[in-house]
Design a protein around this ligand. Structure first.
Ligand code: NOJ
Ligand code: NOJ
Length: 576
């Protein structure tokens, strides 16, 4: 018996060693493949992006779905990863490519887009551009308000490095104007709704709010370093407001609700991505900013992961303390609603980040909130603080490391022989699906691997923050006042057809055809609706027809009105 036990302990440790070395081998193999996968999708030298302008990152070379576009979120997150490689000295050759990104950003920041005019800054919420940096003008889930803060964060990382190496002039003259536009936009519009990172739900979204908060905080620090004091008070105030708003997404059932709209469970990779992309080691395990090791973030991760245990056939039979394939959210149907490489890797990354902090601070805290998470690994554990010389610390951190590696192993298992990372892998058999060679999948591999290696990204100011006692909610554009605007549109319609309005502001559903505001046919053929719009604001809009789900837009250009400072206003139009 004794012998048998010793033998099985030995077997188990051999097995653990084998599993770990397989993850190590996978990482060694995938690191250069991922890097090449990213560079191949950046114009004009990337093999898949010859027709793209310098600094343009295509989301994927695939034409079905057609991802040959410059998506601002994918590009910013990718450039954040590249910038970290550059500033940490891991790859000193990346500088020209990073300069290209700043230049390409400046180019599209100057354009009017379907999200609005450049003068009003609303254009900056545009989610994607063509690879020649011209606007994409077809219907889309717009605006998406995470692009500007994510871009600001990527470029600020570069700016801080340049300042530290004595190149303040380039930062002040070239980078700051680019960063400032995105931060001004963020400070002004953070409280307006927009589409989430998955481009589906128009509401407020945790990932977006968290990205906005981070960018404003590091924007304040950079502004001060550059002597740009005029913006500081506003950015500071809106940063405090976003931090306040972030707290409201917490569901006492133990997770962060991804979106204020959408009608889903709210368990979503959105919040895992928010945690890893706002990791700041100096904030320890603070839950206010959902730091990776905070009790709320761990509980959230636990519930998010568990939601997928029964969602996919691929996960059946996997024990509750082991990693599974995860996707965007369990209700997903996009391209079959499968697991995604980047979401599965994000879970691993959050856990690796947590391990970095626990090791650094030499202790680990278990609270009532994080207890269910920790109990999966050690059923007898109780709430308390465990110093690094305790057995509990060793047991829990070892288990968390194994759990984290498990997510990399899942990805490894469903990576094809050539190492190509698509967007999704099949929920039934793990074969790659949807867009091929997704830039973001490769970037997520690099950042997860770096976290496993102990890489600590630069702090952005998450330490020691206080949540204001009352949350203020500005709405961009109108300074708070609204005006009742009555739209009267002459339109003859066929039976079953109805008229709606959508446009460039929150109150007109931000150009969403799905969420467009219905007009009443009570005075047919005049269709009417009264909407409270921000005062003193230039608003673009169009009427649309909907018939059994088929949407017909009015012809271009967009209609424009500027709301008065107060009172009411009537707008007479006829269908065009
Ligand atoms: C395209 C978006 O990229 C994707 O995220 C979304 O699920 C589909 N449109 C459906 O709305
Ligand atoms: C669909 C994803 O939902 C969205 O987040 C991404 O930006 C685009 N595809 C492009 O990769």
């Amino acid at each position: 018996m004794q012998l048998l036990q010793t033998f099985s302990v030995l077997l188990a440790s051999v097995w653990v060693a084998a599993a770990q070395s397989s993850v190590d081998q996978y990482i060694t193999r995938m690191t250069p493949i991922s890097k090449r996968g990213i560079l191949a999708n950046i114009g004009p030298n990337g093999a898949n992006a010859r027709n793209a302008q310098p600094g343009v990152v295509i989301a994927s070379p695939d034409n079905d779905p057609d991802y040959r576009f410059f998506w601002t979120r994918d590009a910013a997150l990718t450039y954040k990863a590249l910038t970290e490689q550059f500033t940490s000295g891991e790859d000193t050759t990346l500088r020209p490519l990073i300069d290209d990104f700043a230049r390409s950003t400046a180019r599209f920041q100057a354009l009017n887009t379907p999200s609005g005019s450049a003068a009003s800054l609303e254009s900056l919420g545009e989610p994607k551009f063509k690879m020649d940096i011209s606007p994409f003008t077809e219907p889309w889930g717009r605006p998406q308000r995470d692009g500007p803060p994510l871009r600001a964060t990527a470029i600020i990382g570069y700016a801080n490095y340049l300042i530290s190496t004595g190149n303040q002039t380039y930062v002040a003259n070239t980078l700051w104007p680019i960063i400032k536009k995105d931060l001004d936009y963020t400070a002004r519009f953070w409280n307006n709704t927009g589409f989430d990172l998955w481009e589906e739900v128009s509401s407020s979204s945790y990932f977006t709010t968290a990205a906005q908060h981070r960018a404003l905080r590091e924007g304040v620090t950079l502004a001060k370093a550059l002597g740009q004091t005029a913006v500081v008070a506003d950015y500071e105030k809106q940063a405090a407001n976003t931090l306040c708003f972030m707290q409201s997404y917490w569901n006492p059932a133990g997770y962060v609700t991804a979106n204020t709209g959408g009608g889903r469970s709210g368990k979503d990779a959105n919040t895992i991505l928010a945690s890893i992309h706002t990791f700041d080691v100096s904030a320890g395990c603070d839950a206010k900013t959902l730091q990776p090791c905070s009790d709320k973030a761990l509980s959230n991760l636990f519930q998010y992961v568990n939601a997928f245990r029964t969602a996919y056939a691929l996960n059946s039979g996997i024990p509750a303390n082991q990693a599974v394939a995860t996707g965007r959210y369990t209700e997903d149907v996009y391209y079959g609603g499968n697991p995604w490489y980047l979401t599965t890797l994000a879970v691993a990354e959050q856990l690796y980040d947590a391990l970095i902090v626990w090791k650094r601070q030499g202790s680990l805290q278990v609270t009532a909130t994080s207890l269910p998470f920790f109990r999966t690994f050690s059923s007898g554990v109780t709430a308390g603080s465990y110093a690094s010389n305790t057995a509990t610390f060793t047991t829990l951190t070892t288990a968390v490391k194994t759990f984290a590696d498990g997510f990399v192993s899942v990805v490894e298992k469903y990576t094809p022989a050539n190492g190509a990372l698509a967007e999704q892998y099949s929920r039934s058999n793990g074969t790659p699906l949807s867009a091929t060679d997704l830039t973001w999948s490769y970037a997520s591999a690099l950042t997860a691997f770096a976290a496993r290696d102990g890489y600590i990204p630069s702090s952005w100011g998450a330490a020691g923050l206080a949540v204001p006692a009352t949350c203020e909610r500005n709405t961009g554009g109108g300074g708070g006042n609204t005006v009742a605007v009555t739209f009267r549109a002459q339109a003859t319609t066929v039976f079953g057809e109805n008229i709606f309005i959508t446009g460039s502001v929150n109150e007109l559903q931000n150009w969403s055809p799905e969420a467009a505001v219905a007009l009443s046919a009570a005075s047919y053929p005049t269709w009417t609706v009264t909407v409270n719009l921000p005062a003193n604001t230039r608003v673009e809009y169009k009427y649309i027809r909907k018939n059994n789900g088929v949407v017909t837009w009015e012809s271009d250009p967009n209609r424009v009105l500027t709301t008065p400072a107060s009172g009411t206003f009537t707008q007479n139009d006829s269908w065009r």
